[in-house]
Design a protein around this ligand. Structure first.
Ligand code: F6P
Length: 348
């Protein structure tokens, strides 16, 4: 209940690329809102499209049971950007007005937007229109500014690591160079963590410009050390020609320069599906339950976040248009270098 005694009515949506843990977050928000605070919960379908078109389902507590472990999102998602063009004042569409109408017509007290950087930017725009909003950060890329970690990342690291383990076996059997491309168009967190967890020999991330000759030198030196196979983990967003995948580009270059048998594997959307890891289930649940608490306390215009293991909030105004990239001096990178892992940027 609000201070006025009116039952609070909240909306939830999931936007942007999906990831494991979305349903756990929806459940965390919804169950806490209903059971602890007596709120009404509306789930908007297909991201911001649901808010624009007034497409929603009323979520009862019973509908939030049995979804904790399920991948994807029961609400659906989309990459709809309702404020696109508005910043430059050249948009002719009426989506922002329709969002405001939905909000007012349904008598909403707050909208919980679960998503990545783009979603947090839109959430901020909505709050600037006078609506109450709370953001929950998710993405397998782990690149949302303002939080130490997003849910979805741990699950994707597990999926990618398992794939690297399998590729390790076949690389060893055939004495081949295996190039594994993982997601991460701006940030190399997934490549770095899965590459390290999977014992990658070379890890290429967008934050560290690589030199293909340095990559090949590392592969050749392993060959000379009687290690005739190599594992190269590549983030999809490294510098490469845009008409092909980063993995296939590196594979071809390695073939040409080293003359070694080389194969590439692009993990693609497998990294975004499936049941969340226990760690992601807990993180998404903590975020969701905390978001409901923030609504009860009227802490709007914020994104829930983790700072040194503790839940906190950051203003949405600070989050938009920023990315949390891998620091070249990240301690894991420094440790990896000391162990002989190459990032393709070593002197040749
Ligand atoms: O969710 C982030 C991400 O997985 C990126 O790493 C990737 O480039 C992008 O989404 C692709 O998603 P879509 O094809 O759904 O736009």
């Amino acid at each position: 209940m609000s201070i006025s005694g009116k039952t609070k009515r909240i909306g939830i949506l999931t936007a942007g690329g999906d990831c494991p843990g979305l349903n756990a977050a929806i459940r965390g928000v919804g169950k806490t809102a209903i059971k602890e605070y007596g709120m009404e919960v509306y789930g908007f379908t297909a991201g911001f499209s649901g808010l624009i078109n007034g497409d929603y389902i009323v979520l009862k507590e019973s509908q939030l049971s049995g979804i904790l472990t399920v991948g994807g999102t029961i609400l659906g998602t989309s990459r709809e950007k309702p404020y696109k063009g508005y910043e430059n004042g050249n948009s002719e569409q009426d989506k922002p007005e329709r969002i405001l109408s939905t909000y007012n017509d349904l008598g909403l007290d707050c909208i919980v937007c679960i998503g990545g950087n783009g979603t947090m930017k839109t959430a901020h725009m909505i709050s600037q229109e006078g609506m109450n909003v709370i953001g929950i950060p998710k993405t397998i890329d782990n690149d949302v500014w303002g939080t130490d970690v997003t849910f979805g990342f741990d699950s994707a690291v597990q999926i990618a690591t398992e794939a690297i383990d399998r590729l390790h076996n076949t690389a060893n059997s055939h004495q081949r160079v295996m190039i594994i491309e993982v997601m991460g168009h701006n940030a190399g967190w997934l490549a770095l963590y899965s590459g390290m967890a999977g014992g990658g020999d070379i890890i290429l991330i967008p934050e560290l410009p690589y030199n293909i000759r340095s990559v090949c030198k590392k592969i050749e030196s392993r060959y000379e050390e009687k290690k005739p196979y190599s594992i190269v983990v590549v983030a999809e967003g490294i510098d490469h020609p845009k008409n092909r995948s980063a993995g296939s580009y590196i594979a071809e270059a390695v073939k040409i320069y080293t003359d070694m048998e080389t194969r590439e594997t692009v993990l693609g959307y497998t990294q975004r599906g499936g049941s969340p890891t226990p760690g992601d289930r807990i993180l998404a649940t903590r975020y969701g339950a905390f978001a409901a608490q923030c609504i009860a306390e009227g802490c709007y215009g914020t994104m829930v976040a983790i700072d040194k293991g503790e839940l906190t909030t950051v203003p949405l105004s600070e989050v938009g248009n920023k990315l949390r990239l891998v620091d070249p001096d990240n301690t894991l990178i420094l440790k990896a270098r000391k162990m002989g892992v190459s990032f393709g940027d070593e002197e040749i």
